[in-house]
Design a protein around this ligand. Structure first.
Ligand code: CP3
Length: 360
């Protein structure tokens, strides 16, 4: 798929800030911006059936991707899908138990289970995702860029081994410490799958990609590098660098990864996602001009009053300070109980208060 098949991009604030090029105001989007906090999402989801039915329905996946853009002056759209599409395509049988999150019918536990896994063939097994990317990119009509995404190998491995969500990752960590070779074999198959998957999304029309390392922060200092970061570095190296004359930026987001920012910046990623536990001004001083930063408002602030939300937006913008290289976002996904007008107050505040940090 070539850029020339799509309408020219009218708002490149997000892509420019990722490359630390001048912008008129701080660009913004929100993790999980298409989701259950929006009544229009819940209505479309009810029409689709299950969550995975929604992901597999190109037209409806496109519809929910565009819903938050109708409400807010966002600077990016993110593909509506899930990180667990890869293990699903590997044959693990993903399903969602209402109120309990994701589950796998066939978790990966033994060495034989791991030996059976093959690198996913996106064109063959995940064409519903790349079809959604192309459809969304076309429907966006150049309004804002489209972000593709994947889970990190370690984060995907936790779900595959545990068979779903987990509090302590007991099984995954037991494998990591007792059978490191098995764990490395699993992470290698996953990293190669993620490379194929993200490159397919880029070819289909994704203009930037984000790697969600949601559970990297649960690892010890030395295990993080060996079992999460090194595989993300391998992915960054394997991705298409440029599409139709434009760099394709890569955002690395390790939740709880604030202490590893220098090492994350050394992977060659374009930008780092920050959760809310890190001071963004200190993070900026540490990474210098190596990477842009994305974040990092506590999602729970959206449960507070619009006045409180505006104050927090001002604090974060001031903490990053003058100049490009900041993409405003939450430090993790928006939660289902958030009032959509509160998210609106956050975005309005970014528009109102961020201009002073740019130009001049
Ligand atoms: O950001 C976006 O708007 C894009 C869509 C997106 C979803 N999941 C939609 C979704 C993205 C980027 C994800 C990533 C994802 N999925 C992650 C990494 C990011 C993070 O939040 O840490 C993880 C760990 C998953 C796995 C997953 N998918 C879980 C744990 C759940 C259950 C969540 C819950 O609260 O029950 C999902 C389901 C899911 N993925 C929903 C959405 C909108 C809710 C499903 C529904 O409609 O019932």
């Amino acid at each position: 798929m070539s850029d020339t098949q799509f309408a020219p991009l009218q708002n490149d604030r997000f892509l420019r800030a990722l490359l630390r090029q001048p912008v008129d105001r701080t660009p913004m989007w929100m993790m999980r911006q298409a989701g259950r906090y929006l009544p229009e999402y819940r209505a479309t989801r009810a029409k689709a059936g299950s969550f995975m039915d929604l992901c597999r329905n190109t037209e409806l996946a496109c519809e929910v991707t565009l819903q938050p853009l109708r409400r807010y002056p966002l600077d990016a759209a993110i593909l509506f899908s899930d990180i667990l599409t890869i293990p699903d395509a590997m044959g693990l049988g993903l399903y969602f138990e209402e109120g309990e999150g994701p589950k796998f019918k066939k978790p990966v536990r033994t060495s034989a289970d791991i030996a059976d896994l093959e690198v996913v063939n996106t064109a063959k097994d995940l064409s519903y995702v790349t079809d959604a990317v192309t459809t969304i990119r076309r429907e966006l009509n150049g309004r804002v860029p489209l972000i593709g995404f994947s889970g990190s190998p370690w984060t995907l491995a936790t779900y595959m081994i545990e068979g779903g969500s987990s509090r302590d990752f007991a099984r995954a960590k037991e494998m990591l410490y007792n059978r490191p070779q098995d764990m490395h074999q699993l992470l290698t198959v996953l990293a190669d799958s993620v490379i194929d998957y993200l490159n397919a999304q880029i070819r289909a029309g994704a203009q930037a990609v984000q790697i969600f390392d949601t559970w990297g922060g649960a690892l010890s200092h030395s295990a993080y590098k060996e079992f999460s970061l090194d595989y993300m570095a391998r992915i960054v190296q394997g991705l298409i660098k440029e599409q139709d004359g434009r760099q394709v930026p890569v955002i690395l987001f390790t939740k709880g990864g604030g202490q590893w920012l220098e090492a994350m910046a050394d992977t060659g990623a374009t930008a780092l996602g920050l959760d809310w536990t890190t001071d963004i001004s200190k993070a900026r001083a540490r990474v210098g001009d190596k990477v842009a930063l994305q974040g990092n408002m506590d999602p729970s602030i959206l449960l507070a009053s619009p006045e409180r939300i505006r104050e927090e937006v001002k604090t974060i913008l001031a903490a990053y300070g003058k100049g490009s290289g900041h993409i405003f976002n939450l430090g993790h996904g928006v939660t289902p109980k958030v009032d959509p007008t509160h998210a609106g107050a956050m975005f309005d505040a970014v528009v109102e208060f961020s201009g002073q940090y740019h130009g001049g």
